[in-house]
Design a protein around this ligand. Structure first.
Ligand code: HEC
Ligand code: HEC
Length: 76
């Protein structure tokens, strides 16, 4: 009885967990090469070329501290 209750509570908990909402890194022409670089650290060094002020797709002012891009923006 107690066990069944626990199992149900756990299921409800898992079911209501928030979805991951941070956008994933796109899999397109611009980002294809980063799927091939195994080391996240190495890949991240190249992001800022485009994703910085003056780049082709700068981060917004509300962007969180952009350290270690790929921890938040997962590769799929
Ligand atoms: C050659 C330039 C270029 C480089 C280098 C680059 N990006 Fe991008 N990125 C873009 C452009 C342009 C877009 C918007 C269009 C698109 O989806 O490709 C974009 C979109 C994104 C998005 C989606 C943002 C949204 O609005 O949903 C994420 C996340 C992202 N990039 C992460 C990265 C990460 C992480 C790296 C480094 C590993 C990286 N980018 C390197 C050009 C680049
Ligand atoms: C602490 C987590 C975190 C880190 C680290 C991070 N981001 Fe983001 N990023 C976010 C969130 C949250 C958003 C806005 C919500 C969303 O993804 O739609 C965002 C949005 C973006 C966007 C869309 C434009 C914008 O500013 O809203 C791009 C492009 C992007 N990030 C690229 C990068 C790059 C490149 C790096 C590394 C230099 C990076 N991010 C590091 C969490 C993060």
């Amino acid at each position: 009885m107690l066990f069944a209750g626990g199992a149900i509570a756990l299921l409800i908990f898992l079911y209501s967990a928030p979805e991951e909402t941070t956008s994933r890194m796109p899999r397109d022409e611009n980002h294809r090469k980063f799927y091939e670089i195994k080391s996240k650290k190495e890949a991240e060094k190249l992001c800022v070329g485009c994703h910085s002020k003056g780049g082709e797709y700068p981060l917004t002012d509300t962007h969180p501290d952009p350290y270690r891009c790929l921890f938040c923006h997962k590769r799929d």
